[in-house]
Design a protein around this ligand. Sequence first.
Ligand SMILES: [Zn+2]
Length: 741
Amino acid sequence: MKILAVHADYIEYQATKKALKSAEANIKEEMERVEECLVIFTSVEKRDEGHREIVLEQYQQEVDKVADQVKPKNIVVYPYAHLSSSLASPQYAEEFLKAAEKKLSVKYNVYRAPFGWYKAFTIKSKGHPLSELSREFGQGENIPSVNKASPAENTPASTNLKRESKDELFEINNKDLSVEEKINLTAALLTGAAIQELFVEAKIGSIGFYHNQTYVDITGVKIKSDDLERIQKHALKLAQKGTSIEKVVAPTHELQKQIAQDLKKDAYTYQLSKVECVPTYANPFIANTKEIGALKLLSLSSAYWKNNASNLQLIRINLVGFRTQEELEKFQKEKEDQENRSHIKIGKEQGLFIISELVGPGLPLIAPKGMIIRNEITSYLWSLHKDKGYQQVWTPHIAKTELYKTSGHWDKFGDELFKVKGKTDDFVMKPMNCPHHMQIFDAFNHSYRDMPIRFFEPATIYRDEKSGQLTGLSRVRAITQDDGHLFCRTSQIKQEVKTIVGIIHEFYATLGMDKDYWVSLSVRGDDKSKYLGEDAAWNLAETSLEEAAIENKLPYKRIPGEAAFYGPKLDFMFKDALGREWQLATIQCDFNLPERFNLSYMNEEGKKERPVVIHRAISGSLERFLSILIEHHAGKFPLWLSPVQVKIVTVTDRNVPFARDLKDALQKHGIRVEVNEDQETIGKKVRDAQMEKVNYIVTIGDKEMEKNCLAIRTRAGDVKFEVNIADFIKDLRTEIDTKKN
Ligand SMILES: [Zn+2]
């Protein structure tokens, strides 16, 4: 779902001409004029289909958010197809818009522009910061484009929850398909035809796209993963023969008849070899199947007929088609690259962390090698803070419920809180560290001369995230924040923010992640009444954040209305090697918690004054950060982070004592080193070390012992002989100490 909300003095619109055959009937044809309105230009998208109630709810929330701030007299729901290139079927979109109109009418005075018509319109936008906002939301996003062959994983959680025993009707999609999409649908039909030739009992259900993947549904036979290769070959053979796709009068098989029934006048039956199909797209196939030069069946899963769990269960085959073998190879290379970078896969291969069924989902255990990386990160973080006035603190993992009732987190986190019953008191696992730090500040007397007070604590917090959403290290229930809280005077905000921005800069530059990022400066919207704290303090905090952003040349965007109710913030959005965006570092001013905990310090006149709190995190959470780090580097860590920096491999047993001495020498200089003394060939030992992605492989044979020197192979495959041991150690130390990327 994509919307564009415009707060306007007025809008005038008039239907001019039908854009769709199925355009809404019985509409008002004269000009409509609506004054003082919030116009919601709306594109209902393909991915919204099947999630109507959820998306309607989100739609209402988005409208509420804007309307709460701009307080319009009227709302105009305005169908506007040009926000998206992947529209829902007209029938679905029209029904959705009508339902949205009805839902919003409970609270607002609602107008709706006609659906499926070209419309002339004039709008006078108010032009204030909140008057034009675009939003994207819905259910389809974040579903991985490559699914594993498991029905449970193939079903997004939301459809799982709302799967009812109600049939979803087939609907025609009139969008103009791209050549690639037509090739994919043709490949799906070819696959269906191949199956029907190979397994006489087989029949196909529907073909189409689901979360960017092409599928064909099959019934009447059992198909195993072993069969895919054979089916794939046969489908390609049918394509290469130039088998034609014919239009025929009407379907004969029951499932295709049902599709035709739903589609009514839009139903056309196609036949390829022995398979017949009523597609739900207009003009879905390429003219000549010979154009398909490659085809790959990706996975097997299952689907219910008409998405209704009480209906027939079909086998779903996901596939892709291409014009050439080269295109397929490129696709496979990209897919492989993504899979090879998966932090879950690398984590397992390198023994970095463990997910134990017995411990529970979302509660990863960090193994020794993973802990080396994590410790390097936390100690680097501390080294960036310790000379800037920060002090380390420690706080327990549980606290009495009263603490969080005072802080407001009790209400905010609701059923995400893990509750702990003590003998006499009720506790919660902490969902935030802030309230604990407030208590430390409050326990001491502070004068203005002591300010700012800065606390630093990498600490684990606990949130009961839905189990369906937990993956590896990136979505967990035990989240370790590299947390910090500063207590300062309003006049000190700017300097403190500058220091934090400097730390963030240095940290991400060191990791080579400072090339592609942007910063969101979230400030107040127009309606100042919904924010806590005094106007002057807010202005100062917003200006301080902005000035710090300018002085540090941050690529920032000012986003009005996005501030938290308790204060403005800077959020740092970074991109990883796969181009995915993550919000990691954050700096947030807070006028609320000091108020709730009644914090104070003595000012120059001996009077109590309220401090401002600044929350800040540099890496975000150590778990998620580690997952990004692993995927960003594809497991090839820079030397200072590597769990095993040097691997020594011996040629014969004669070389073992020399190798062990070398290991001791390297360890003395703080270098992480392992020796492989196994009775394997040198070739195998080198290959194993390469698989482990260690930075340097040192080979020790008789020649090296004789000359007291080393043969060194880098991870990139460069080999150097007769390297002096002291020089090698010196070079390693420099590379580690400078945290070379
Ligand atoms: Zn905090």
